[in-house]
Design a protein around this ligand. Structure first.
Ligand SMILES: *Cc1c(COP(=O)(O)O)cnc(C)c1O
Length: 353
């Protein structure tokens, strides 16, 4: 604590992102980045945007991007909000839609940014335990709440809540906003965006970081009833009027329009996930069914932290969380076929010792 700090800052517990090591030779399977590059059309659009127009502010409403997203999902631009990564969109949602008298609910094993936003904005929360097999049980949320938020597929488990169950949850809490964080939905789930037309309390949040391979560009968005979107706009316009720069708007529009690249790369990730699941199973791991671009697994008689350290010694980084219930699990991002094959070779070598 410094005497210059506000009491708010003194009380914060910030999020700790997965490590971004500077060594180029590492096989990096720890932060769920896409192993394939972004759409070449997105890269070309970004390059074409680099000229003297950077002197000018970008469109504060990113209207071109909202139109492209609205077109892709069959909604209106007034139902779309865009932000500097979905983390920013989620942050605005906590302040704009989830900060009420009653505590909000989210799973006990979930995205560790949620309690951080609660700390920043003074939002009360209660965690709801996942089942033994790490599933969300909709009935467990039948308690008074100021809102509900969860990733679908969940992180770091990769488990998917089927769309019908999402709708039961949303319909069961008509007086609360339900935020569905779909960062990984394109790798095996069905988006709940189709439900926003009939549920004014549903906000679906997505990102360009994972399935569109643009984590470095920082673009995320939300789709929901225009009233929910307006609440997000009010927070955004009280914080930063230009969260998306010119390059980000141009790149994200082109990425959204390049459906072919999106389709082939996500199918490649899904195929590799299926292969890696089988291989890990053959090595004795217990692997949760994943609908995401990562796998969550544990070995019945080998310590997870030791496995992660042994992999690191072989220049492969995976994610291990020192957290209750999951400290014997590893979260492994789906890399290229070659990276995943190298992982299997390394694990085979580690496990025979
Ligand atoms: C990666 C991730 C995000 C956010 O990503 P941005 O890069 O900020 O768009 C949000 N939620 C979950 C669960 C994630 O894993």
């Amino acid at each position: 604590m410094s005497r210059f700090w506000s009491a708010v800052v003194d009380g914060l517990t910030p999020y700790v992102p997965g490590e971004q090591p500077k060594l180029p030779s590492l096989i990096k399977l720890n932060t769920n980045e896409n192993p394939y590059g972004p759409s070449p059309r997105a890269l070309a659009a970004i390059r074409a945007e680099i000229d003297e127009r950077l002197r000018l502010y970008p469109d504060p409403n990113a209207e071109r991007l909202k139109a492209a997203i609205a077109d892709h999902y069959g909604v209106t631009p007034a139902q779309v909000f865009v932000g500097n990564g979905s983390d920013e969109v989620l942050g605005h949602a906590f302040l704009a839609l989830l900060k009420h008298e009653r505590p909000i609910l989210f799973p006990d094993v979930s995205y560790s940014f949620y309690p951080v936003y609660c700390g920043l904005y003074g939002v009360d929360y209660r965690t709801v335990p996942l089942t033994e097999t790490f599933e969300i049980r909709v009935e467990d949320y039948a308690q008074p709440n100021g809102g509900i938020v969860f990733p679908n597929p969940n992180a770091p488990t990769g488990r998917l809540l089927p769309l019908a169950a999402v709708e039961r949850l949303v319909a069961g809490h008509p007086d609360s906003v339900v935020v569905v964080d779909e960062a990984y939905v394109d790798f095996g789930g069905e988006t709940a965006i189709a439900l926003v037309g009939r549920h004014p309390n549903l906000l679906v949040v997505q990102t360009f970081s994972k399935s569109r391979s643009l984590a470095g560009l920082r673009v995320g968005f939300a789709v929901g009833h225009a009233e929910l979107i307006e609440a997000l706009e009010r927070v955004k316009n009280s914080f930063n009027s230009y969260p998306l720069d010119r390059l980000a708007i141009a790149g994200a529009v082109a990425a959204m329009e390049d459906r072919a690249h999106f389709e082939t790369t996500r199918q490649a990730v899904i195929r590799t996930r299926q292969w890696l699941t089988l291989e890990l199973d053959r090595l004795g791991f217990e692997v949760l069914p994943s609908a995401a671009n990562f796998i969550f697994c544990h070995h019945p008689w080998r310590d997870a932290a030791e496995l992660a350290a042994a992999l690191r010694a072989r220049s492969i980084i995976v994610r291990h969380f020192r957290l209750p219930r999951i400290d014997q699990h590893l979260r492994i991002t789906i890399g290229t076929d070659a990276e995943c094959a190298a992982l299997v070779v390394a694990l085979r070598d580690i496990l025979v010792r």
